[in-house]
Design a protein around this ligand. Structure first.
Ligand code: ZN
Length: 257
């Protein structure tokens, strides 16, 4: 993956700004650290917004290996052996008149004591991004930390009725009856994942736009099913004016670098 950011020469349209932080009359939205990052990929506007940090057992990264081997591997990567601090990021993309949210954060804490997560919707508003301005949502997959933001009370009512939600058909099929027999998760996670995915499928059937292999959401915004992390896991590739950016979802973790 190569990433370069073009600053000079690009024509900035006034209605394409993603970095407007002024929102008078909305107290309480500002945080000391905004937890967002805006860039341009050619003609495409991109803003990365943090949903927070999920603390997960390091064992989840390789539950079938000798714990001592796993601990040495993590330490070799300058990471603690017991707990993985998993950054949850979502992205807002504007291209060709469409405003696209890629992944939706974890939403309400699903009873798993995850106090540092679930900030996405609040941070979108703090960045001046109205939920009603979203034309599309792309889901890299249907784990609860990627769909939960859409299930917060009141969010669906603020989204446009003609919102299109793009997700791989293999992903919706998997979550109709998920098989977790070959994964290891902390207590409570399997039930929460099942429950959240079912609720999402129940609440957004008319917005769903499943794709088989690949779909171009907007000019230069291509979602492709890769599979692996989940059966329908997908990555989103942005390409414009010679610049490239790939949003890999949960395909890569910090131990991969
Ligand atoms: Zn995931």
């Amino acid at each position: 993956m190569s990433l370069s950011i073009a600053n000079g020469g690009a024509q900035q349209k006034t209605n394409m700004r993603l970095d407007d932080t002024s929102h008078p009359g909305r107290p309480g939205l500002d945080e000391l650290v905004p937890s967002r990052y805006a860039l341009r990929v050619g003609e495409i506007d991109v803003m990365v917004v943090s949903d927070g940090v999920l603390s997960l057992p390091g064992a989840m990264l390789g539950h079938n290996v000798d714990p001592a081997v796993r601990a040495a591997w993590l330490e070799d990567m300058f990471l603690p052996p017991d707990m993985l601090e998993w950054a949850l990021n979502a992205v807002v993309v504007r291209s060709g008149g469409r405003t696209i949210l890629i992944d939706a954060g974890i939403g309400m804490d699903p009873g798993l004591n995850l106090p540092r997560t679930g900030r996405l919707i609040q941070r979108l508003e703090a960045a001046g991004i109205d939920l009603a301005s979203l034309t599309d949502v792309v889901l890299t997959h249907m784990h609860m930390d990627h769909i939960g933001g859409l299930l917060i009370d009141g969010v669906k009512e603020r989204l446009r009725p003609d919102l299109r939600i793009h997700v791989a058909a293999a992903e919706t099929k998997f979550w109709e009856s998920p098989d977790f027999s070959r994964v290891s998760m902390p207590p409570g996670f399997p039930d929460a994942l099942r429950r959240t995915a079912k609720q999402f499928l129940d609440e957004y059937p008319s917005q769903l736009r499943p794709f088989d292999k690949e779909y171009e959401v907007a000019p230069g915004v291509l979602v492709t099913r890769t599979g692996g992390h989940t059966p329908g896991h997908s990555v989103v590739r942005l390409a414009s004016g010679g610049d490239r950016l790939t949003f890999a979802g949960d395909l890569v973790f910090q131990v991969g670098f």
